[in-house]
Design a protein around this ligand. Structure first.
Ligand code: LMR
Length: 398
């Protein structure tokens, strides 16, 4: 079986991450993979996570299986975080949430579920989107199509084209929307645009699949789910994938969730049972530790407050780096207007840098960014800002 198998290239983003790790250049800068870094360029464990872990270590009684749906106490906490306490979907039991291994695990279960419930349905993703969306849904056997999202001339949302494309999508198909901090562009719809999107999605009879991977990294915990809530007001059915990787800094613990929203409580529990079936057939049970951390933090008023403060620090630092980068680039060159970078949200910026400029930055300065021009703003800090700005201004003036 193995003799004639050809090797295939690994994921380009993860390859870039490995290449950066192995680069011995002391002044290297990592703007590649989407991981938060502090002003020292490190991805430390949040102090609140350390506290929660020591409590868990003291109190944990068993390493027994937690069941396909994961920790039962996680679901209401994540639902409350997303929708606010006492949201009608919660009180009417029209939302059910299962723990998953990371946001990617949630997307895979969502893909499996879509395939199980309607094998004809396609999933529409934005152009561009997180590159792994394609692999995950293809792995689940679901056809993926794209809709326009990015206007390269204006560095803005191609809103009219996006709406026109949604109007053409066949009823019953699935549309993936990023709740906030769009990956890779950093460009989110305004609330007014979200309203229009929700109307068209509902009129077309599409199933929204909302990828919520950066809650708290854009404008705030509540602000970052405003669009998601507008969609849920208009659409009786939806899927939501949550990641706790970024906002809790729990990347390698693989903790996320899939939420199912249905028109009636009974539909919701029926679909939930199907999701649990997909999980059982895939990885059987999720790992427990990440969920224990998140529940310990969210269930305790003091820890939760500390987490919100630590999350706000990450968000504020990213905002500051956006502003500083634009200020520096403006001062160094008038060749290009980079002011759009401050309007973008979250970790990422579609910087407008071309593939050859990205290549130049890597070869000459060991500055690592994605070929598409996506840069991770969290990779910028007070020590590398000057050098980065100089290098970018040199790259664009060549
Ligand atoms: C990214 O887009 O860089 C992150 O979501 C990390 C990943 O797994 O690709």
């Amino acid at each position: 079986m193995f003799e004639n198998v050809k090797a295939i290239p690994g994921d380009a983003l993860l390859a870039l991450m490995m290449e950066f790790k192995q680069d011995p250049t002391p002044t290297k800068i990592d703007l590649g993979v989407g991981v938060y870094k502090d002003d020292a360029g490190l991805t430390p464990i949040l102090p609140v996570v350390k506290k929660a872990e020591s409590l868990i270590l003291e109190n944990e009684q068993s390493k027994g299986y937690i069941g396909p749906a994961g920790a039962p106490e996680l679901a209401p906490l994540l639902q409350g975080l997303m929708l606010g306490e006492n949201h009608p979907l919660i009180t009417e039991k029209r939302i059910a949430t299962t723990q998953t291994p990371g946001g990617t695990g949630a997307l895979r279960v969502a893909g499996d579920l879509v395939n199980a419930l309607n094998p004809e349905a396609k999933i529409w993703v934005s152009d561009p989107t997180w590159s792994n969306h394609f692999h995950v849904f293809a792995g689940a056997g679901v056809e993926v199509r794209t809709y326009p999202y990015y206007d390269a001339q204006q560095n803005a949302l191609a809103f009219d084209n996006m709406l026109d494309a949604i109007r053409q999508m066949p009823a019953g198909d699935v549309i993936l929307l990023h709740a906030s901090c769009h990956n890779p562009t950093g460009i989110d719809p305004t609330l007014e645009q979200w309203k229009q999107i929700s109307e068209v999605v509902s009129e077309r009879g599409l199933l929204p699949l909302i990828d919520c991977a950066y809650q708290g990294f854009g404008d705030g915990l509540e602000e970052d789910v405003q669009g998601l809530k507008l969609i849920l007001e208009k659409c009786p059915e939806a899927l939501i994938t949550t990641s706790c990787s970024k906002n809790f800094g729990l990347y390698n613990e693989r903790i996320g969730a899939l939420s199912i929203v249905a028109a009636q409580a009974e539909h919701c529990s029926n679909v939930f049972s199907q999701a649990c079936n997909c999980i059982r057939a895939n990885y059987s049970n999720p790992p427990a530790h990440g969920a224990a951390i998140v529940t310990t933090i969210l269930a305790d008023t003091t820890l939760r407050q500390q987490w919100e403060t630590e999350l706000a620090e990450m968000r504020t630092r990213i905002h500051r780096m956006r502003t500083e980068l634009v200020k520096n680039l403006d001062a160094l060159s008038s060749e290009r207007d980079f002011s759009f970078i401050t309007a973008q949200k979250g970790m990422f910026s579609y910087s407008g840098l071309s593939k050859s400029e990205v290549k130049y930055l890597k070869e000459k300065y060991a500055i690592y960014a994605v070929d598409s021009g996506r840069i991770n703003i969290a990779g910028i800090n007070d020590s590398n800002l000057e050098r980065l700005s100089q290098a970018i201004s040199e790259a664009i003036s060549r």
